[in-house]
Design a protein around this ligand. Structure first.
Ligand code: SAM
Length: 233
């Protein structure tokens, strides 16, 4: 990983904001990811994220914290927060913004336990592909304190395969339709391709059942996005 995402966050934080990140996927063309959005405060967060932050309580793990926007809000409210991310640049920014406990760490390397685990901005993306969902969910379950909860968001992206006549063009012989290749560019440089998973709620629910987690839909956004709460059965 070249950590272009982290470089972009550092540029923005250091007052060197000149351009946005460009993303594309295996099923969609180029799109801008505005850097200011990655530094959003509570007033600019979507309702789904506000709901997740309201539900978060006790000791909190923010997985894939990015610039630390959610951690910062929760820390200001008095919660004990740990923020982790695989991006060095992201963690540097998270610390500079004032998050006291932030570490460069992959989710599967985390071993502490928490009352709430947050995975936001398509949290299921971190699982990368359907075949890895059970492994990640089992690990997340092992990080929960008694009565703990995992708050995770995603979208059912079936709509992206719909053609003008209302039919679907997806290849049913290919893998699960939410498994995408994700490409990122920043300042003319290309990041190594990543796998990024969108999970519909039914598939998430089924995967939860296989590892002994209960999956509840707690919020539905306006564009096929949702927030789920996972607890130990
Ligand atoms: C879409 S960004 C979301 C950032 C932040 N949560 C937000 O809402 O602004 C996803 C983040 O997850 C991080 N990430 C990806 N895989 C990860 C893993 N296995 N463990 C921890 N962080 C990961 C990426 O580096 C990136 O910062």
């Amino acid at each position: 990983m070249k950590d272009l995402f982290g470089h972009a966050l550092l540029d923005y934080h250091n007052g060197n904001y000149t351009e946005d990140i460009i993303t594309s996927t295996s099923i969609s063309g180029e799109d801008e990811l505005p850097l200011p959005y990655l530094f959003r405060d509570i007033t600019d967060m979507p309702k789904l994220e506000k709901k997740a932050l309201k539900l978060a309580k006790g000791s909190i793990l923010d997985v894939g914290c990015g610039s630390g926007s959610h951690s910062l809000h929760l820390q200001k409210k008095g919660n004990t927060v740990k923020a982790i991310d695989i991006s060095k640049g992201a963690i540097e920014v998270t610390k500079k913004r004032g998050v006291l406990n932030a570490e460069v760490k992959a989710l599967l390397d985390e071993t502490d336990t928490f009352n709430t685990i947050l995975l936001l901005m398509n949290g299921t993306g971190i699982f990368q592909e359907l075949s890895q969902v059970s492994k990640y969910l089992s690990h997340l379950k092992s990080l929960l304190k008694i009565n703990g909860q995992i708050l995770i968001d995603s979208s059912d992206i079936k709509y992206m395969y719909e053609d003008e006549d209302g039919g679907y063009w997806m290849d049913t012989n290919a893998g699960y339709y939410g498994e995408l290749d994700y490409f990122l560019q920043y300042k003319g440089k290309k990041e190594l391709p990543m796998k990024w998973l969108y999970l519909d709620i039914n598939t998430l629910n089924l995967a939860c059942e296989t590892v002994g987690l209960k999956c509840e839909l707690v919020f539905e956004g306006e564009h096929f996005d949702y927030l789920a709460k996972l607890t130990i059965k």
